[in-house]
Design a protein around this ligand. Structure first.
Ligand SMILES: [Fe+2]
Length: 367
């Protein structure tokens, strides 16, 4: 067997022809070339065979009984698994209409009997080579898709794990913030539910300013630590019922810097946000605040939000040195202090959320 014949030894050609002489002649030629062959004498037989075992090419007479050669070709092209199978149609007479119909229905070659064997073999080898290449590409494309699917699945799982780890870390950070804020509450017993209300007011303002949910939540949680620096303020100053002296006021004001020093330097976005709020919640929009006398937009937005929320809650709460202001009075103070103590935009954002304000005051009222 020659090298070429060895190559085709794996290829099977279906010969579908009602004439035994034609089948014999094609058989002899193909076997000599190293092909394997199958035979059918009707179109239906040819189709049954095609759908039941692997074939690499079909040589079919157009005038085969039963399902015609052209119909056999048409049906092959409609079945995805064998749609690109090489089909050579043969005819006893050169009929133009039949030739055009055959091409229309997808035949690769249309040869007139008696067939030129050399021409048939050249065309057949070319068609089978292309068919093999098609199938190889299809297989590697399917394999590639499978690999991509597998990698995508692995990536999806990894992303889910990262998401889970992030959620756990965020919960851990929130837990730390919550417990620290409780420590401040224990230390500063005058404030009752001040921390709860103030932090929720902050969240309300952030949301009203159009911040994304993630940032709104972060500001709400982090602002609970705005007074964490009071942990380091002596009892005599922190719990003094009377008006503070100038020196005592100076000591009290240190809580902003102390809170910042306690919280800053962490990799946690939440704790850094808390550090900024601790440092800047007593700054004033007009630059008359403390500890840095920052003004306007140079005060971080979270600090400007904290200032409004903190003062509003102080105004509407009972303190040892004053009774609680009514809601209207407190709102009037905010209006008066626009551009002085407070960022006007932040005041507007807060005042525009009256339902939310009332709800927070009701749910978290001092016991
Ligand atoms: Fe404070």
């Amino acid at each position: 067997m020659t090298e070429a014949a060895l190559h085709y030894a794996q290829s099977t050609v279906l010969i579908a022809d009602p004439e035994s002489n034609s089948r014999r002649s094609l058989n002899r030629m193909l076997l000599a070339r190293g092909y394997q062959t199958r035979e059918a004498v009707t179109g239906d037989q040819a189709l049954n065979l095609l759908f039941s075992e692997p074939v690499d090419a079909v040589i079919c007479d157009v005038a085969i009984p039963g399902t015609s050669g052209i119909e056999v070709c048409r049906q092959i092209r409609e079945v995805s698994q064998i749609a690109r199978l090489p089909v050579v149609l043969t005819a006893g007479v050169d009929d133009r209409k039949s030739r055009i119909e055959s091409k229309k229905n997808g035949c690769d070659e249309y040869l007139i009997k008696p067939i030129d064997q050399t021409e048939l073999l050249i065309r057949l080898e070319y068609l089978i080579l292309h068919y093999e290449e098609d199938r190889r590409l299809l297989k590697s494309s399917a394999s590639l898709k499978h690999t991509v699917d597998e990698q995508s699945e692995l990536l999806g799982k990894a992303m889910a794990e990262i998401g889970k780890a992030r959620r756990t870390l965020r919960q851990f950070n929130e837990e730390i913030v919550f417990r620290l804020s409780r420590a401040v509450e224990f230390r500063d017993d005058e404030t009752g539910n001040h921390v709860q209300r103030m932090s929720r007011f902050c969240g309300l303002i952030a949301s009203s300013l159009g911040m994304v949910t993630e940032m709104t939540d972060a500001i709400r949680i982090a602002s609970a630590l705005h007074d964490v620096g009071k942990i380091a303020i002596p009892d005599g100053v922190l719990h003094k019922p009377d008006k503070l002296t100038r020196a005592e006021m100076s000591v009290m004001r240190r809580h902003a810097d102390i809170g910042h020093r306690l919280l800053t330097g962490s990799d946690s976005h939440l704790l850094e946000l808390a550090a900024t709020i601790a440092l800047t919640h007593h700054e004033r929009f007009d630059g008359e605040g403390y500890p840095r006398r920052l003004s306007g937009k140079s005060i971080p937005i979270e600090g400007r939000i904290g200032a409004v929320a903190d003062v509003f809650d102080a105004l509407t709460s009972v303190r040892s040195y004053k009774s609680a202001f009514s809601l209207d009075t407190a709102l009037a103070v905010l209006e008066q202090e626009k551009g002085k103590h407070f960022d006007p935009q932040v005041v507007d954002a807060f005042v525009g959320q009256m339902e939310g304000i009332k709800n927070i005051m009701l749910v978290h009222a001092d016991r």
